[in-house]
Design a protein around this ligand. Structure first.
Ligand code: KIV
Length: 257
């Protein structure tokens, strides 16, 4: 909780860095580098479980991955992404959010303007990260949101509504940067952008995207800081060749009795 209050205090002072993780080793690396937040996102569905979108992800899958991420992180607060159909009612939301905390999360993320649910969670001492703009759990298409004035106003209103409920931060996904500036200036919670431009209080990317694990470059906002797809492909191809031609295992990698 204290660590999430630190996130609030960073607003307007220091940029907030969040990345997703889905397993122990990646959580350990992120924790060692030192970032502000680890999100166990329901992007898990696409980048780890091979689903077409986030809509097939279950609460059990999210809890399993949150538990193993928590094992890898000593210092970095972990946010569990509440999957679709895990917060249809206040009762369901409370039960499931508590399970996230039990497996090691420090807070949960809720997509959209679910004011009743968010209020109940916050009133029960569960830190909530909001999520506004493109909402993958319900979106019919993955396109920029808030381009026209009406949609931009709806997104702005949603952000200010959930801000009043004391969410500790708000993810802004795929909206024009002038809209995210307007929201960032208007809300007291720090905003964390993904495809939302330069003016947010922090930035988040899906770790697999920024490490270039997929062959496809992904959406415009994704910057690939590595090309792990190429690195891994080369390493596996070399291993295959060396085993086939007898170069591996060599003397150095063999026990001698
Ligand atoms: O599931 C996820 O990874 C997310 C991020 C895109 C913010 O919600």
């Amino acid at each position: 909780m204290d660590r999430l209050n630190e996130i609030r205090r960073k607003k307007g002072k220091k940029k907030i860095i969040m990345l997703t993780a889905y397993d122990y080793q990646m959580a350990k690396i992120l924790d060692e580098v030192g970032i502000d937040l680890i999100l166990v996102g329901d992007s898990l569905g696409m980048v780890v479980l091979g689903y077409p979108d986030t809509r097939s992800v279950t609460i059990q899958e999210m809890l399993h991955h949150t538990r193993i991420v928590a094992k890898g992180s000593e210092n970095t607060p972990i946010i569990g992404d509440m999957p679709i159909n895990s917060y249809n009612t206040v009762e369901e939301a409370l039960t499931n959010a508590k399970q996230f905390l039990e497996v090691g999360a420090h807070g949960v993320k809720i997509e959209g303007n679910k004011t009743e649910v968010i209020k109940a969670l916050v009133d029960n001492g569960i830190p909530v990260m909001g999520h506004i703009g493109l909402l993958p759990q319900t979106a019919q298409s993955y396109r920029l949101r808030g381009r026209d004035a009406d949609e931009a106003q709806r997104i702005f209103d949603d952000a200010t509504k959930i801000d009043k409920l004391n969410v500790f931060s708000i993810v802004l996904e795929c909206i024009p940067e002038l809209l995210s500036k307007r929201i960032t200036d208007a809300v007291k919670a720090p905003t964390i952008g993904i495809g939302a431009g330069r003016y947010c209080d922090g930035q988040v990317l899906v770790i697999n995207d920024m490490l270039g694990l997929d062959k496809n470059a992904g959406p415009k906002y994704v910057k690939r800081y590595a090309n792990l797809n190429e690195t891994i492909t080369k390493a596996i191809t070399k291993f295959k060749e060396e085993v086939l031609n007898g170069d591996y295992p060599d003397r150095e990698h063999t026990y001698h009795g």
